[in-house]
Ligand binder design. Structure first.
Ligand code: AHR
Length: 537
């Protein structure tokens, strides 16, 4: 007979108590959540609440950079509203300047006095004016309190140019010619930038050079060997797979194992959610759904896609561990989000910008909860992308600016940053929904919990479009819950969004919560919602 571990026991016992509840005729809560105070998962890295900024469409120009002479209120050329709102989500880290753009970008074009900077073809079309470069990006990071994560050009430039970018960013004032160059131009900085995170190429299996895993591993080793650190150990991040391409992970790690070369920081995983059941592919718009007009099948399909993150983390981790047995290398999910077909752009030049609805808020909640549940594996994640793009927190054109439902999820989840992840068991009957002419089932509640001091934060997604879930929530290991508060993000229409005209279409509200009984509260998670409960224990 096999031994039953505590994990299985708690899940089994909870399922049993639910069956009892059902047998009593459906009286009482239909779901249970147990937060296990004594089962710590590790510290949730604030860096999993990271962002991504690429020179693409309206992300940099207009989204962030409006220029010092703009009528749009700005701080040294950066949109003031962006700084103020971004600070509210504690951005932690921002990846820059791409994406596919990174592998065509020469950092030297974006430094020194702006009038002297060249115009170049941009990877995404049109001309890149280079008015926003390394120093402007660093001013943005400093203004928002975020750490920089730079992505180097592996496809188009030699390793030497990468070393020089590190030198430019990190050499002490006056120490090198490039440190002197850093101290010139409108956004001059004598002080070094102290950039620690360095990505080496982007999607090197695709737009980043069409390499094989073997070829990329060799390039990665060459690029990362003996980079002058100026007393600051660079943390290198290798370009990992797109979604479930485990062959790329295996190929790269097996090649690196030949030299036992695992002294780098992260393995970058990219996963976008799109409507697979309707035939979506990685081609720009093949089969992808619309950002605003969607039916119930598409509503649930995006959650199924986002939910794949759990399996991607576990499967990549397992393959990485076959070679890097001590798991020195962590996962960096440096692109994630929902991706729809064109049709809801802010305008012609705002490539890949898309409307963001309540559905995207749930995708964000599902994904962030997944990261929270794996603090031992996921060291960083970057939602793609910050503004005017896929899964954005903000939309902005000229003087107009609005925070999307995704922003609210990031703000609600901020207390998880740096807190201790806690194992949490969700027991609720699965529900069925239409999928590709058949029915499929999906979980009814899921989420994550963490502990900071005496505060337990529980975040929960109820994906059902129309059913609320009455739930008994218990903090196991606490003698009592002294106080409880609830904040809920939902809307009556699952298509609800925030627009320039109606900026408060989807926003969170504080809800009342019944008085705790010992270490238990009962809460009704509304349909189509993201909820944060906080308990003092
Ligand atoms: O985020 C948009 C693009 O998606 C990125 O540039 C690229 O890395 C990915 O394919």
């Amino acid at each position: 007979m096999s031994k039953v571990g505590r994990r299985e026991f708690v899940g089994g016992a909870l399922a049993g108590s639910l069956a009892l509840l059902a047998a009593r005729g459906g009286q009482g809560p239909g779901a249970k959540v147990e937060i296990l105070l004594d089962e710590k998962l590790g510290t949730i890295s604030p860096d999993i609440y990271g962002h991504f900024v690429e020179h693409l469409g309206g992300v940099v120009y207009d989204g962030i950079w409006v220029g010092e002479d703009s009528k749009v209120p700005n701080v040294g050329g950066v949109r003031r509203a962006m700084i103020e709102y971004l600070k509210r989500v504690k951005p932690s880290v921002i990846r820059y300047p791409g994406g596919c753009f990174a592998d065509s970008y020469d950092w030297r074009d974006g430094v020194g006095p702006r009038a002297r900077r060249p115009r170049r073809p941009n990877f995404w079309g049109g001309a890149e004016p280079n008015s926003f470069g390394t120093n402007e990006f660093m001013s943005f990071c400093r203004a928002t309190g975020a750490k920089p994560y730079m992505a180097a050009n592996l496809r188009g430039l030699p390793a030497q140019t990468f070393y020089e970018w590190v030198d430019y960013c990190n050499a002490p004032a006056g120490a090198t010619t490039l440190a002197d160059l850093r101290a010139t131009g409108e956004a001059a900085s004598r002080d070094p930038f102290g950039v620690r995170f360095w990505g080496v190429g982007n999607e090197s299996w695709g737009c980043g050079g069409n390499f094989t895993p073997d070829e990329y591993a060799m390039e990665f080793r060459r690029f990362t060997a003996s980079v002058p650190g100026w007393g600051l150990q660079p943390l290198f991040i290798a370009a990992g797979p797109g979604s479930d391409d485990l062959a790329w992970t295996r190929g790269f790690f097996s090649k690196m194992a030949e030299r036992r070369h695992f002294d780098f920081y992260g393995w970058g995983l990219h996963h976008y959610s799109w409507n697979v059941s309707r035939g979506a592919t990685t081609d720009w718009d093949k089969g992808k759904g619309d950002a605003l007009r969607f039916d119930l099948e598409e509503w649930y399909e995006m959650f199924r896609e986002a939910d794949k993150m759990e399996g991607l983390i576990k499967s990549n981790w397992a393959v990485m561990g076959e070679y890097d047995r001590e798991h020195r290398v962590k996962l960096v999910v440096d692109e994630w989000g929902a991706w729809y077909r064109p049709g809801t752009e802010l305008g012609k030049r705002y490539i890949l910008s898309q409307a963001q609805t309540l559905r995207d808020a749930l995708v964000a909640g599902i994904t962030l909860d997944t990261f929270n549940r794996h603090p031992d594996k996921v060291a960083m994640a970057n939602v793609a992308q910050l503004v005017n793009c896929l899964h954005s927190l903000f939309l902005a054109t000229e003087e107009k600016f609005v925070a999307t439902p995704n922003f609210h999820v990031f703000e609600m989840y901020a207390p998880h940053q740096g807190a201790q992840g806690l194992r949490t068991v969700f027991v609720a009957p699965q529900f069925t929904h239409p999928r590709a002419g058949q029915t499929a089932s999906f979980w009814a509640l899921n989420g994550s919990a963490s502990l900071e001091g005496r505060t337990v934060t529980l975040t929960v997604v109820n994906p059902h479009a129309s059913e609320a879930r009455e739930t008994e929530v218990t903090v196991r290991g606490a003698s009592s819950i002294r106080s409880a508060r609830a904040r809920v993000l939902t809307a009556t229409d699952i298509h609800a969004q925030n627009t320039f005209e109606n900026p408060r279409g989807v926003e969170p509200r504080d809800e009342t919560i019944a008085a705790p009984r010992g270490a238990t509260v009962v809460f009704r998670f509304p349909a189509a919602s993201v909820t944060r409960l906080q308990f003092e224990v």
